[in-house]
Design a protein around this ligand. Sequence first.
Ligand code: NCD
Ligand code: ZN
Ligand code: ZN
Length: 429
Amino acid sequence: MSTWILNGTIVNLETNAAETKHVYIENGVIQNIMDTESELPETGIAEVIDAAGKLVSAGFIDMHVHLREPGFEYKETIATGAMSAAKGGFTAIACMPNTKPVIGTAEVVRSVLAKADAAEAARVLPYAAISVNQLGRELTDFAALKEAGAIGFTDDGVGVQSAQMMKDAMKLAASMNMPIIAHCEDETLVVGAPVAEGPFAEKHGLKGIPNESEAIHVGRDVLLAEATGVHYHVCHVSTVQSVRLIRQAKSLGVNVTAEVCPHHLLLADEDIPGLDANWKMNPPLRSRKDVEAMIEALEDGTIDMIVTDHAPHSEEEKAKGMQLAPFGIVGFETAFPLLYTKFVKTGKWTLAFLLTKLTVKPAEVFGLPWGKLEIGRSADITIVDLNTEQEVDPATFVTKGKNTPFTGWTLQGWPALTMVEGKTVWSSR
Ligand SMILES: NC(=O)N[C@@H](CC(=O)O)C(=O)O
Ligand SMILES: [Zn+2]
Ligand SMILES: [Zn+2]
């Protein structure tokens, strides 16, 4: 029995041309993408999805998310996180290991995969920790973690402080053809600072996180990546200096890739309205110059992809104020509407450009079999209503996290239906 998505708008990612097509799916696989004039079979259709006037895209892929399970289920569970992702149009998400226990043993990797499977929402691809308990003292068992299903190694949440440990990790990962993903932060430069160095920190008498705390690690790590040959991926790039170093490393042929978050493309520290911790994340919102550098780096290919760094926290935790609240904001359910409204509707980017950074690029960089709407591929598909305007309202979120700085923003580009392997996992109706 087959599923048909009828009359959807498909954007050619090379030319940005939009065409109305029917997508024919069977056994979870895209069997055909047909012109609307073509005749439909008269029998054997199990399901018809009307996508008239809507965008039909390969499902979005988010290579940096926090699902909080095991250990912090009050912030999020694998089920609520994977469903929130599906609501945001994401069909595959890569989750970070800063859970409790840390995703640092084969057993925890397997349990995350089992829970993700049971959730029947977005696919979940676990990263495993670089160091035992993410303490930066000894390496985890990379071989066992890879065997259990981990797709890469990272201590995200904290930076790997020891250059020797990072080099050892890179050497080992390179020998196994696995990537190292890095949260870049020199801890000696950020002690007790909740926001970026700059006018906001000064105005409120807060300690500031300097740009160098990120860029020092980027510089160190591209040298180590050059020496070891590993695929090195930089998390949530936020400074003009990091971009400069990545651009130079790429031009020298170092195997480095990078990601940026919607908030670092849209917000600067000067936009923070007051001491509301829904504006607190790591890396912090920086200067307008940094924001402009992020946009330029994404446009020229220095930064490869967009990720959300979805980081849910409870309302109690975020109520502790700017100094004491944990870093992080949620991202799944606002990412596409934000980027579509602020960059595509404004004419700065083509829709094809935005879709590429959310589908083709992450798949290409991490060697994943998804990210393209093509005959023969798994039917991981997102249908988006590009027209309806809606306000961001955390009360409507599927994620347990309500911590967003985008409350009240009026946006377009809301996902309407998300399908993984031919099965609808989320629908707005
Ligand atoms: N980004 C954040 O502000 N917070 C993340 C950690 C991280 O991504 O470094 C979290 O786990 O809450
Ligand atoms: Zn991080
Ligand atoms: Zn993170």
